[in-house]
Each structure stands twice: as structure tokens, then as C-alpha cells.
Design a protein around this ligand. Structure first.
Ligand code: MF3
Ligand code: CO
Ligand code: CO
Length: 298
């Protein structure tokens, strides 16, 4: 990641740039028109135009996952699900934000069982009892709608179903904590406290993120944190919350393909993701299922 090194990118300059980036982490910037938006470490605050753009992108993302619920069953390949997702995005006038993103060549991430996130769709065939996360990000009219849900192929074990239920509860508790005037750390604190009650591991290596015109922007939304820490949540902020919760230890590793993240102890992992906004009096979820299919069974 990051720009390639140039002659000018001597260590002192890179160092100064890093300091500048870090000091900007709690700076806010109003996005109120067609200006170019940079990944400069500032937290963007949006206007009504942004909310409208995100509602459309978020609704499309959620509608796509509604249809994925009908596609997931034993015997189906993850590649075939990805292909249908790409078609749905293109039909709606959107493009998959993941296609070509840092060299990624698919339109979704499909993460089965002990895969935490960024599973690459392929010839793998779903089998009875698999639990899987499908993560989609259509880019519609310049706005990113990023959401994921868990799906069941056939009938998973009771312990797998409980993990999925608790992970959904973690997401919703995180969203409840996302209030104007609260701190970013309050979100991770709420998620971690809930997961802890079940002795589940909260993944640290991957975070939620600011989004809008950009796919991955400041702030980093960690899913385990200390309450009362981090930047203040202000109306106009758009970000994802996407807790990854493991049945076992929290530790992750990335496979040789450079993408697939798995649990080190091979335990099952679950994840749900919504794109939300902070509003004057609470928050707005952009990626709620229009048909109420926010969590399985569907
Ligand atoms: N949608 C993922 C997220 O929630 C990002 C996937 S990037 C990819 O942030 F390149 F792996 F697709
Ligand atoms: Co995301
Ligand atoms: Co996502």
C-alpha cells in the first residue's frame, strides 16, 4: 500500500509526512460539493448530498445481499455467487469497488468457516453446515456502500449458529454506541464487552473504516477499544462497523495469496458489516436489508 518510493521520498520526508498524517487524524473536513476528496487522514463530514448518495449505494448493497440469501446452498461455488454479484452491480449502474482494488480481481469477498475475511471467490463448492460471510461494496454515482452478512449452507452446528447470532449482536451494540458526542472507542468497547461474555476472540488486525467518496478512509474503527477514547463522533461522519469474532483466540494470519485471512487456531469466525452515518440525534444505517433479511436464517 502507499505510494511508490521516489527520489524525494527520503527518510526524513517520509517521517514528516507520517507525523503530518497522524496529527490530522482528529481533524475534520467538510465535504460539500464535487471537490476531490483525498485520503489525507482527515475525518470527513458530509452534507445531505452525501447522505442521499450513501442511501442509494447502501440500499443497492443490501439488496444484492438479499439475493445472495437465495443463492447460498450446498453444491454452489463461491465463484458463481461472485459472478451474480458483479452482474447485479453492473445492471444497477454501479461498479464493484473491489475489482482492481490493490490488485484484487473479484466483485466480493466470500469467507467460509475459519476464514476471517477477504476470502477470494473460486471453484470451492459450499458444503452442508458451512457458515460464510459475503461482503459487497458497489460504487454507485461516486459513493461506496459496504456491507456484509453471514449465510448458512444447509444446517450449521449449534455452536456455529450461536457465534453468528452473537456477532450480529456485537455489530448492533456497536451501532447503538455510535452516537453524536460519543467517542470512537465507545464502539469497540461495546463490541468487546459483549464478545467477552461468550469468551469469543475479537479480531484486531482488521478494522471498520471511514467511507463515502473513498472506499477506505479515516478513521480506523477498531472493534476492541477503551470507552471514552478516540475522536469525537460528529454528525456527518460516515463509517463502517464490521466486527470479526472468533470462536477461539483472536489471532489472525494471511495466507500466501496475500488476501485470505484465517484464524491461527483454525476456529470458526463470523462477521457482519454495516455502513452508517452519525446524525444530529443518533445514527442512520445505510445498508439495512429492505426485506428484513439482516441475519440468518433467511
Ligand atoms: N469490503 C471489505 C471491507 O469491508 C474490503 C474488501 S477489499 C478487497 O472493507 F480487496 F479485499 F476486496
Ligand atoms: Co468495510
Ligand atoms: Co466490506
Amino acid at each position: 500500500m502507499g505510494p511508490s518510493h521516489s527520489e524525494a521520498d527520503t527518510p526524513p520526508l517520509a517521517f514528516l509526512r507520517a507525523i503530518r498524517y497522524m496529527t490530522r487524524m482528529h481533524e475534520y473536513q467538510l465535504i460539500d460539493g464535487d471537490q476531490t476528496v483525498y485520503r489525507d487522514g482527515t475525518i470527513k463530514l458530509h452534507t445531505e448530498e452525501g447522505y442521499e448518495g450513501m442511501r442509494a449505494a447502501g440500499r443497492l448493497a443490501a439488496t444484492i445481499l438479499d439475493e445472495v440469501a437465495d443463492l447460498v446452498q450446498p453444491g454452489v461455488t463461491t465463484e458463481s455467487i461472485d459472478t451474480r454479484i458483479r452482474e447485479m452491480m453492473l445492471d444497477a449502474g454501479a461498479v464493484p469497488a473491489t475489482l482492481g482494488y490493490r490488485g484484487y480481481t473479484h466483485s466480493s469477498c466470500i469467507s467460509i468457516n475459519h476464514v476471517i475475511c477477504h476470502g477470494i471467490p473460486g471453484e470451492k463448492v459450499l458444503k452442508d453446515g458451512d457458515i460464510l460471510n459475503v461482503d459487497v461494496t458497489p460504487l454507485l454515482d461516486g459513493w461506496h456502500g459496504d456491507t456484509s452478512r453471514m449465510f448458512f449452507a444447509g444446517e450449521p452446528s449449534l455452536k456455529a449458529k450461536r457465534l453468528v447470532d452473537v456477532t450480529y449482536e456485537c455489530l448492533m451494540l456497536g451501532i447503538e454506541a455510535a452516537q453524536p458526542g460519543a467517542r470512537l472507542g465507545d464502539i469497540g468497547a461495546a463490541i468487546e464487552a459483549h464478545a467477552k461474555q461468550f469468551r469469543y476472540g475479537v479480531v484486531r488486525e482488521f478494522c471498520g473504516h471511514g467511507l463515502g467518496r473513498l472506499f477506505h478512509d479515516a478513521p480506523e474503527v477498531v472493534h476492541a477499544a477503551k470507552a471514552g477514547t478516540g475522536p469525537e463522533l460528529k454528525p456527518g461522519m460516515f463509517f463502517t462497523i464490521e466486527p470479526m469474532i472468533n470462536l477461539g483466540k483472536p489471532w489472525a494470519k494471511v495466507l500466501g495469496d496475500g488476501w485470505t485471512a484465517v484464524t491461527r487456531d483454525k476456529s470458526l469466525s463470523a462477521q457482519f458489516e454495516h455502513s452508517i452515518a452519525i446524525t444530529e440525534d443518533g445514527n442512520e444505517i445505510f445498508t439495512k436489508s429492505p426485506t428484513g433479511r439482516d441475519k440468518p436464517p433467511y
